[in-house]
Design a binder for this molecule. Sequence first.
Ligand SMILES: [Zn+2]
Length: 396
Amino acid sequence: MTVWSQLVGQTEAISVLSTAATAAAELVDGTGTAAGMTHAWLFTGPPGSGRSVAARAFAAALECTTPGGIGCGECQGCHTAMSGTHADVRMVVPEGLSISVAEMRALVQTSARRPTGGRWQVVVITDADRLTEGAANALLKAVEEPPPRTVFLLCAPSDHPDDVSVTIRSRCRVVALRTPSAAAIAEVLQLRDRIDGETATWAASVSSGHVGRARRLATDPAARERRDKVLRIPINLRRLSDVFDAADDLVSAAEADAGQVSGTRDEVEKDALKTALGAGGTGKGAAAATRGSAGAIKELERRQKSRATRTQRDALDLALVDLAGFYRDVLVTSSGSTAALNHPDHATSSRQAAEKWTQESTLRRLEAVLACREAIEINVKPRIAVESMITQLYMG
Ligand SMILES: [Zn+2]
């Protein structure tokens, strides 16, 4: 498996990136010119399309040490870049809800160093849309005059000025990822994750093109149960008092979903850090190292905690997207359209709702869900935004 096999349904992006990686390798080997390589890239695409996966795969291809390999997936360079331990590849995960100026300045400084592996210094910024204005300015300087062997890989939902400033955008080459088809997702679930055909096809069909979500639904019964609970909310709102129970269900489902994601990831990171710090050694040197590493581990825990807040919001957003999908299904059904449903497994409920509600009231409910997503995006407290939304879902 090459590094590109991680990218689902992205044939065009893979072709662009592997061509660039070839040019980059020729440059490193002294057989090519700088013409084919770009120092700043912007990966765009809807959540779940694999922006950061694509950036990481490209980073691995740049660090690939197999002659002519360009992302062989087997060599030390590919392995360490993919697993996040390559000395020349830095993944920037925003602190809390945005990336700070200090963090960005420090990053720009280290990125100017010569690559220790002799290839490229790669900086991956996974949520470039969460850069503060100050951080964006600090980054802009580096992107405008990049050191010869430094590459910046930015990831954002789109190249719209709301997500990435026009000046940064103008310096980047854009790789637009598409929402992978259900068929492509089902295929990767079967091939890579060894999930049976029926489960893979079902999970792909209800995940709205979100690969990670499809995998979770296919492998985790608790995640499936949480999704069902969320999708039962519209039909179960019979009394005003149901509103608060439903809000509880929605918020706690998101918390549980996020806890699952963070838990596994945090442990993996902590283990990797401990290994990197040489845990388990003995003697005087090791004791001093252990004292130093306690600080590093504490720092990691602090970052993980602030990232957990974001993961929770992202999980809630996914639940809201599910909910919006339900109301869309109701509209599709009541209009007699034959368009595919978002949640074919909840067709009985959406049909019931289509018979009971007017199209106008369904539309108002759909708008309430979208308004809730926006409110959370601008930092309204999730529970308050959700309670307000569910009151509107109840009233119609
Ligand atoms: Zn390789």
